[in-house]
Write a protein that binds this ligand. Structure first.
Ligand SMILES: O=C(O)CCC(=O)C(=O)O
Ligand SMILES: [Mn+2]
Length: 228
């Protein structure tokens, strides 16, 4: 039943169509266009997938620059009093030295790098939303992923909008409703943008499943707004 519903969802998801359009500054934009208003969640939240927002060449060069210039650190999480060090690496940047706490650990935001400012501007132009911080994750290969969680920390406020940009290996991304347990999956391409908003974080968990099929790195940036 769940599988059928999921397949039905895929069947109704809009396909990419190649086209040219003019951007705000008058440049021709040759990337794929899709119905960015399509909601991948059936209820209780909104997830829009914008498809590719950079060319493949640019996505590759952002991956290389971010791998080199970001202050990557292994994440620490305290679960039932026991300290776990993740294989995945993370970094936290923002307008101010915001403190961000999750999994019983606190991070102090670093000042934006030039490429992060560039990407923040791109994401803000595409989404029409402003952000003041960004959490970056580096998955070296498919052995690394992220467990089910929602980004519902008090510091993000209620009904927060999170914009997620991906570079590198294509990975499956999943949502699971907290009550009904219904799942929705999509593939995040290199250079793509996904937006989670409305009541998504209240009602749905999300995860990046591990996979033996992926042997190359992926960097993900989630632009966020800290409100307190
Ligand atoms: O890597 C991803 O696509 C998701 C990362 C994520 O969910 C998070 O940083 O909270
Ligand atoms: Mn998350």
């Amino acid at each position: 039943m769940l599988l059928n519903r999921r397949l039905a969802k895929w069947a109704t998801a809009p396909a990419d169509t190649a086209c040219a359009r003019l951007t705000k500054n008058g440049k021709m934009d040759l990337f794929n266009s899709r119905d960015i208003d399509f909601n991948y969640l059936p209820y209780d939240g909104t997830v829009n997938y914008y498809g590719l927002v950079t060319s493949a060449d640019k996505a590759h060069s952002y991956l290389t620059t971010l791998l080199e210039h970001i202050a990557w650190k292994n994440d620490e999480a305290r679960i039932f009093g026991k300290l776990f060090i993740t294989k995945r690496k993370a970094a936290w940047y923002g307008d101010d030295a915001y403190a961000y706490s999750y999994s019983n650990a606190t991070k102090q935001a670093l000042p934006w790098t030039p490429e992060l400012i560039e990407l923040k501007t791109l994401v803000e132009e595409r989404t029409g939303t402003t952000f003041n911080s960004c959490l970056l994750n580096l998955y070296h290969n498919g052995d690394e992923g992220m467990a089910w969680h929602s980004d519902d920390e008090a510091s993000l406020g209620k009904n927060t909008t999170i914009a997620s940009l991906s570079f590198g290996a294509e990975r499956k991304f999943m949502f699971r409703h907290k009550q009904t347990k219904q799942t929705v999956s999509l593939i995040l391409q290199s250079g793509s943008l996904l937006v989670m908003k409305g009541t998504t974080q209240t009602n749905w968990l999300h995860s990046l499943p591990k996979t033996k099929k992926v042997t190359t790195p992926r960097v993900n940036l989630t632009f966020r707004t800290i409100v307190v």
